[in-house]
Write a protein that binds this ligand. Structure first.
Ligand SMILES: *Cc1c(COP(=O)(O)O)cnc(C)c1O
Length: 494
């Protein structure tokens, strides 16, 4: 007598009811995006809402409907708000409904993109080919999706390190040789470049942070001098990370000059193009990126200017062999075959540290296929036009002051006040803005001064949103200066 073992299935018992509830969930998210303007950009999380998420592990089954209701009431209203057109903080993409439904398809397929002989890997390779085309990279270039540019920059350092001192480093470790390696980037580079040096074992002390010029671009003369000094000291320069769109101001290094210098000095030329590299899609931005096509590697994020939902980082490497040299490893359970599901080598897992990987390529593929590269480029151009509009309004208003030139889509400015309190005042103003739900800029330091930083990335943002931001800055600033809503009693505008 045989015993039947039924599946321990987690599939719905009542498919029609599940289908109906699923459709409701889809509709709720479409409503969220469609009506996003009716919401505050952000709102503080009430304590009881936080407390809801400190319950013990639920052992018993609950309903999908109840879980969804909790999500709608306790989670959705208290997100960062980057879907909202008033969100201008840090550098966050706005996402799209197309990307959202593509994510649903990808979750349903539940593909593991580590490798194997499957069409999802071909979709990723399609995006790799598109990026080769966009950046005029050769057929021999490789690319791989990762979480974000922080990871892509780390991987670029590892590829460059292996290229500089040979594959033996992977077995022997850095040793004496590693202690000689020196890398270069600008003082305006993103913090993850230093972190990449840290995590790779090379150490942040081996990263020279070269000063920037008045436009926040790396000073090429000082870079040359630093390389010469390091060579003179018996060190081994190996890596330059140029920035295409600095996180503070959107500055783009002179990539042609960096490419020339890297070629002359035989250094790996990497570009951190986290948000700026996709400016190649915009006819008015692309010329500013001249020289990027000569990079050895480019890190970029589709989830910023590309509007693909989080996360969708990407690393493009000119020479696939060098790329694989840093990551590919022969292990028996990942053996490649000439036929069957284990065919189709190399696999994405040969190009990075991840083995199990999500199908990030699908939402990116959908975004390009449905919107087209030109429309995506037009959205990028539009954010730059809005930044110029914002800067123009700041310059025309005596209560406001521009703190950095506007290179792309980022505007750093402040509310004017007497010198002693101006940083504190502007810090408070930004928190006022956040709590008002009207607009969400962030802050940064420019030449030692606190700046209100508006990074316009969202394709939904329009000039009305810029007006609302500035009107609120001036109104909160005036109110704070009159001492009516604060105990700080900051001085009046100069
Ligand atoms: C956002 C950003 C990063 C980090 O990218 P993540 O996707 O957040 O990891 C690195 N460099 C620059 C210039 C950025 O704007």
């Amino acid at each position: 007598m045989t015993t039947q073992i039924p599946p321990a299935s987690l599939d719905p018992e009542d498919w029609p009811a599940f289908r109906e509830q699923s459709h409701r969930m889809l509709d709720d998210m479409l409503n969220y995006v469609q009506n996003i303007r009716q919401r505050p950009v952000w709102q503080p999380i009430p304590d009881p809402v936080r407390a809801r998420f400190q319950e013990p592990l639920p052992h018993q089954a609950g309903s999908l409907k109840d879980a969804h209701e909790t999500f709608m009431q306790q989670v959705l209203p208290y997100a960062v708000g980057n879907v909202h057109p008033g969100f201008m903080g840090w550098v966050h993409g706005g996402g799209t409904p197309v990307g959202m439904v593509a994510e649903m398809l990808s979750a349903g397929l539940n593909a593991n993109l580590g490798g194997r002989n499957q069409m999802p890997v071909e979709v990723e390779r399609q995006v790799v080919r598109w990026m080769r085309e966009l950046f005029e990279f050769p057929e021999t270039a490789s690319g791989v999706f990762v979480t974000g540019t922080s990871m892509a920059n780390l991987m670029a350092v590892l590829v460059a390190r292996t290229a500089a001192i040979g594959k033996s480093v992977r077995h022997d470790g850095l040793g004496e040789h590693g202690a000689q390696l020196v890398a270069y980037t600008s003082a305006a580079a993103h913090g993850c470049v230093a972190q990449a040096m840290d995590l790779s074992g090379l150490g942040t002390a081996a990263l020279r942070r070269i000063p920037v010029d008045a436009s926040q671009r790396i000073d090429i003369g000082q870079l040359k001098a630093a390389i010469a000094a390091d060579r003179g000291a018996g060190l081994q320069p190996f890596f330059i990370a140029g920035t295409a769109g600095s996180v503070d101001t959107g500055a783009i290094d002179d990539l042609t000059a960096l490419a020339d210098l890297a070629a002359r000095e035989a250094l790996w030329f990497h570009v951190d193009g986290a948000f700026g590299a996709l400016g190649m899609l915009a006819p008015d931005v692309a010329p500013l990126l001249a020289g990027i096509e000569r990079a050895d590697s480019i890190a970029l994020d589709f989830h910023k200017w590309g509007q693909v939902p989080y996360d969708a980082g990407f690393l493009l490497v000119r020479d696939a062999t060098r790329h694989m040299d840093a990551f590919a490893a022969p292990v028996a359970y990942l053996r490649r075959e000439a036929r069957g599901l284990a065919a189709g080598s190399p696999w994405p897992c040969d190009f990075g540290p991840d083995l199990s990987r999500s199908f990030r390529a699908l939402k990116t593929w959908f975004t390009f296929k449905v919107h087209g590269a030109d429309k995506m480029g037009a959205a990028i151009s539009q954010t730059c036009a809005l930044a110029r509009y914002l800067a123009g309004r700041v310059e025309a208003d005596p209560a406001l002051e521009l703190l950095a030139p506007v290179a792309l889509n980022i505007v750093c400015f402040r509310y004017r006040a007497a010198a002693a309190d101006v940083d504190d005042l502007n810090r408070e103003l930004v928190a006022d803005l956040h709590e008002s739900g009207i607009a969400v800029p962030s802050t940064t330091m420019i030449d030692g001064h606190l700046a209100i930083r508006a990074a316009i990335v969202n394709h939904r943002t329009c000039s009305d949103d810029i007006d609302r931001l500035l009107d609120a800055v001036v109104s909160f600033g005036t109110r704070r200066c009159n001492g009516s809503s604060t105990s700080l009693e900051p001085p009046c505008p100069t």
